[in-house]
Design a binder for this molecule. Structure first.
Ligand code: XLS
Ligand code: NI
Ligand code: NI
Length: 437
């Protein structure tokens, strides 16, 4: 079997003092942190689309990257080679999981029946490679945004024919995800939104999106697929406005349409910032509401207003992300999927390794720091003191519904002006810095 990454051997943990750029300094898969191994906590996944299909093309220029496995005239030969290259990469990197869209692994043919045959062929190969390597599928998904038929949306398309076509595609995507024992399945509404309200029946589109998800839930039961469903918020791009805007609007949508309990959220760092939120705001919202499922681990650029999908390297972000993920009980079905791509100038295969090694180390460090924060509990202790007024007296009465406006008026008249108390933000930020150092 040809090697597609002959220049790289298996990446090893060498400890914090190593200067080998192709070694982990912090990610030691078997090392225990808070009772679980790092591998069990972090559940790293490599994404197929960016890592193996993105060749550096952008709106202004053609691809810059040439991959040995992407050569040839037969698209199915390329698909086969790419799948083998992917599993070589997963194994050398030492990740436990991967994620894909249907169209990433097998190119669409002229008819849907033929496309499905192609998928069956390639999925069989993926299954045997999974068996050989022990690498598992974190989640599968369906690309309902690239083809022109989906230009006005999939489930929210004005045409029921497109809704039906999308349903047919998702049906197949669920079947192959189940066949590959996927731990989950993601719904990301790439074009489920609008460009202008002047041509859009918003109420109808929302109803249709909910109907679509209910049909998927029904079919999941029918085929006994045990994986977790996720919805992935993103406010815009490609459309001007997407209905799955952010965690809170997805939550409201799921509640409105009786879908809570069927879908959790897949939070992507760069999508959070596009929505005007910090990554950890989205995670904290999900944890507070018991809906955190999985994470697309990447980052944006503070100065650019789009989904740059860069590899996560910021220790504040990885630390606080792991802090909230651990507070939420840690991952069960979910994990950290690197929905990120190397920059257009990073043209060598080895750049894929540098990108993932750095990102995995950044999260491993974040995990270790978060574990120390949760052991010492500096923020929890501060927060407990800050809210202590609610543990007894009038606070407890309010929380228990035992005090109405009349009682609160009587209390306030007697007590007078409330005391103001410092929030101590700077002190708390300094404490966080001490832990990160
Ligand atoms: C795009 C999304 C996409 C989903 C899967 O911005 O992040 O990659 O994760 O369809
Ligand atoms: Ni994503
Ligand atoms: Ni994205």
């Amino acid at each position: 079997m040809p090697e597609y990454f002959p220049e790289v051997k298996a990446i090893k943990y060498e400890g914090p003092d190593s200067r080998n750029p192709l070694a982990f300094r912090h990610y030691n898969p078997k090392q225990k942190v808070l009772g679980k191994t790092m591998a069990e906590h972090l559940r790293f996944a490599v994404c197929y689309w960016h890592t193996f299909k993105n060749l550096g093309g952008d709106m202004f220029g053609v691809p810059t990257i040439v991959r040995s496995y992407a050569q040839g005239s037969d698209p199915m030969v390329i698909a086969d080679q790419t799948m083998r290259a992917a599993f070589e990469f997963f194994t050398k990197l030492g990740v436990g999981f991967w994620c894909f869209h249907d169209t990433d692994i097998a190119p669409e043919a002229d008819t849907l029946a033929e496309t499905n045959k192609r998928l069956d062929r390639i999925v069989k190969l993926a299954k045997s490679l999974q068996n050989d390597t022990g690498v598992k599928l974190l989640w599968g998904t369906c690309n309902l945004f690239s083809h022109p038929r989906f230009m006005s949306g999939a489930a929210t398309n004005p045409s029921p024919d497109v809704f039906a076509y999308a349903a047919t595609k998702v049906k197949k995507a669920l079947e192959i995800t189940r066949y590959l024992d996927g731990a989950g399945y993601v719904f990301w509404g790439g074009r489920e939104g609008y460009e202008t309200l002047l041509n859009t029946d918003m109420k109808r589109e929302l109803d249709h999106l909910a109907r679509f998800l209910h049909l998927a839930v029904d079919y999941k039961k029918q085929i006994r697929f045990k994986g977790q469903f996720y919805i992935e918020p993103k406010p815009k791009e490609p459309t001007k406005h997407q209905y799955d805007f952010d965690a809170a609007s997805c939550h409201a949508f799921l509640q409105q349409y009786g879908l809570v309990g069927h879908l959790k959220l897949n939070i992507e760092a760069n999508h959070a910032t596009l929505a005007g939120h910090a990554f950890i705001h989205e995670l904290a919202y999900c944890v507070a509401n018991g809906i955190l499922g999985s994470v697309d681990a990447n980052r944006g650029d503070e100065l650019l207003g789009w989904d740059t999908d860069q590899f996560p390297t910021n220790l504040y972000d990885t630390t606080l992300a792991m802090y909230y993920i651990l507070k939420g009980g840690g991952f069960t079905t979910g994990g950290l999927n690197f929905d990120a791509h190397v920059r257009r100038q990073s043209i060598d295969p080895v750049d894929l390794f540098h990108a993932h090694v750095g990102a995995m180390d950044a999260f491993a460090r974040g995990l270790k720091i978060a574990a120390r924060l949760l052991k010492d509990r500096p923020f929890e202790k501060f927060i407990a003191r800050r809210y202590a007024g609610w543990d007894g007296g009038i606070g407890k009465q309010i929380e228990q519904g035992k005090a109405g406006f009349a009682e609160l008026e009587a209390y306030t008249m007697k007590r007078g002006e409330p005391k103001t108390v410092s929030g101590r933000q700077e002190m708390l930020e300094n404490i966080l810095n001490d832990y990160i150092a």
